[in-house]
Design a binder for this molecule. Structure first.
Ligand SMILES: Cc1cc2nc3c(=O)[nH]c(=O)nc-3n(C[C@H](O)[C@H](O)[C@H](O)COP(=O)(O)OP(=O)(O)OC[C@H]3O[C@@H](n4cnc5c(N)ncnc54)[C@H](O)[C@@H]3O)c2cc1C
Length: 519
């Protein structure tokens, strides 16, 4: 079995693990990160998209509020290319508690969160679609943040700083010597090869899988898994992030991101990190709650629904089902201190907004324990946007509109304007033929038709790049992922689109009928 050695092994390629690897590389450590899937398949690719100002948590979780308020300007400084300056409003609708805004306003001030009360008619002039009966309105420093863009930039930053990111490598087991973790057994899921990685230190950043990884070292971490469902609308009825001014609850936020607006969210306790199916009742409830904010919501076309899972530290042993009340702040566990197991720490929960701070604290611990490494520099060194593989829609219009490009470019995904050469390049540069990986890089299939027309075209390109009877870009799995979350939204335009797509793939191309997971 091949064996390699490193100073730090990071388990998990979500924003937390990537943040840890980037920070550690900048401090001069030799780092390997393993991720069982592609980048962004865990919670980091399944979130709302808010760079929080902290206002949302001012009363319910002041620690998180302060962390978000501190990190918000830092993320704007180091990753401005991932952010859209939407701004944020908190508004009181007739359904919200009348005494909440004053208490919340005072809490924001106490915890250093910027908030400014504005006249309701100014809020309504800026966002004419929101409920005209709002009684109060506040402006905060929320923004929308494209996590796929951020994750890709982090991968490039790690590689440029000398670190290694191994995608499709799954941790199978941890090896202990006495009371210390010293090695990891890893499977390369592409080749099937088993590899041993020896390291001076291990950081468990496996998000909702954090407990499973800790178990491999004989450690238990009591967590609850809270599933949150979200719905993307095919348009942006608002251009500012709109929050209801009430204690954080289900269906109280609308986030414009890129070409869509995201309605969020619910909070249902589940048993497993892969329990992502969304029930009809969750959808109906979410829509009804968001309709209080946006009375004309029924006229907007829902595009799809999806869910992400929060690992929440259940330190006080509450019963199953009560996840809304659990703290959302991040947790860093030094397993030497807590469990008498040397060489490993776990970091989880928190916010995407606070990933840099979480990474800084985790790597401070690593440096302290292994006795080498510089001080943290991630707050000062901007991530380099030039090196990402991402394209944003306006940029794509500009590129495609130049006369010489029009001559030779074939548009494969009309919704997101993905052209043939971008797909060919993505396949060649990542050596992955999986359409779902290409989707995360280029937004292929993420527009209103949900891969209805680009799926089979892109599968054809994958075959051209690597001709083999088995090359189809894993079209069936790609379609299954695109169609998951559509059924609970199956009415009006969405139903019509679903039916056209089904006829293209199932009736015409004889792709097996894919089943959604049970509701
Ligand atoms: C519904 C919802 C909405 C949210 N909205 C926001 C928001 O608007 N703003 C905000 O700031 N935060 C938000 N958050 C929080 C934010 O999304 C998370 O804090 C963040 O994404 C967590 O990242 P992570 O890296 O810790 O976990 P993940 O992104 O889940 O990454 C963990 C990774 O570990 C990998 N892994 C697991 N087991 C193994 C193994 N054996 N071997 C190798 N790899 C493994 C997984 O594949 C996964 O990719 C939201 C969370 C939810 C659930």
């Amino acid at each position: 079995m091949p064996e390699i050695s490193t100073q730090l092994l990071v388990i998990g390629g979500g924003v937390t693990g990537l943040g840890v690897a980037w920070d550690a590389c900048l401090r001069g450590l030799k780092v390997v990160l393993i991720e069982q899937n592609d980048i962004g398949q865990g919670t980091s690719g399944r979130y709302h998209g808010v760079l929080h100002s902290g206002a949302r948590y001012a009363i319910s979780d002041p620690g998180s509020a302060k962390d978000c308020a501190t990190e918000n300007p830092i993320i704007r400084h180091i990753a401005p290319h991932t952010i859209e300056e939407t701004g944020g409003f908190f508004v009181s609708t007739p359904a919200d508690p009348i005494d909440y805004p004053d208490r919340w306003f005072a809490a924001c001030h106490e915890h250093g969160v910027y908030v400014e009360e504005i006249p309701t008619d100014l809020a309504l002039r800026t966002e004419p679609s929101i409920n005209p009966r709002i009684s109060r309105a506040f402006r905060v420093l929320d923004a929308s943040l494209d996590s796929f863009e951020l994750l890709q930039t982090l991968v490039v930053a790690i590689q440029r700083a000398g670190g290694q990111v191994w995608l499709r490598h799954r941790l199978e087991d941890l090896t202990l010597q006495g009371d210390a973790v010293v090695g990891a057994e890893v499977t390369n899921l592409t080749s099937g090869e088993r590899i041993t990685i020896r390291a001076n230190y291990f950081v468990n950043a496996a998000g909702p899988w954090v407990r499973r990884i800790a178990n491999l070292a004989g450690i238990d971490i009591p967590i609850a898994l809270g599933k949150g469902a979200m719905i993307a609308l095919a348009s942006r009825p608002v251009h500012t992030i709109i929050n209801r001014c009430r204690p954080p609850s289900d269906g109280d936020i609308i986030v414009p991101v890129g070409t869509v607006a995201v309605l969020g969210t619910t909070d249902v306790e589940v048993e497993s990190p892969t329990e992502l199916a969304i029930g009809q009742r969750e959808i109906d409830f979410l829509l009804a709650q968001c309709e209080i904010l946006l009375p004309e919501l029924a006229k907007s076309r829902p595009l799809r629904a999806w869910a992400g899972i929060r690992p929440l530290y259940r330190s006080s042993g509450e019963g199953f089902g009560r996840t809304r009340g659990l703290p959302r702040g991040h947790v860093l566990l030094d397993h030497n201190d807590r469990d008498g197991v040397k060489g490993m720490a776990s970091i989880f929960s928190g916010k995407l907004t606070t990933f840099r701070l979480m990474a800084e604290q985790a790597v401070d611990l690593v440096v302290e324990q292994i006795g080498v490494g510089l001080s943290c520099r991630t707050a000062e060194i901007p991530l380099d946007p030039e090196r990402t593989q991402f394209f944003q829609l306006p940029k794509r219009f500009e590129e495609i509109a130049t006369p010489d490009q029009t001559e030779r470019e074939q548009i494969i995904c009309e919704c997101e304007w993905v052209n043939r050469s971008a797909i060919e390049e993505a396949i060649k540069s990542s050596s992955s033929l999986d359409l779902d990986d290409i989707r995360r890089k280029l937004r292929l299939g993420m527009g209103p038709c949900q891969a209805g027309f680009c799926g089979y075209r892109a599968a054809g390109i994958a075959y051209e790049v690597a001709p083999s009877p088995h090359t189809d870009g894993r079209l069936e799995a790609f379609l299954r992922a695109r169609w998951r979350g559509l059924r609970p939204l199956g009415w009006g335009e969405t139903l019509r689109q679903m039916e056209i797509t089904r006829r293209i793939y199932v009736d015409l191309l004889h792709t097996p009928e894919t089943q959604e997971p049970p509701q």
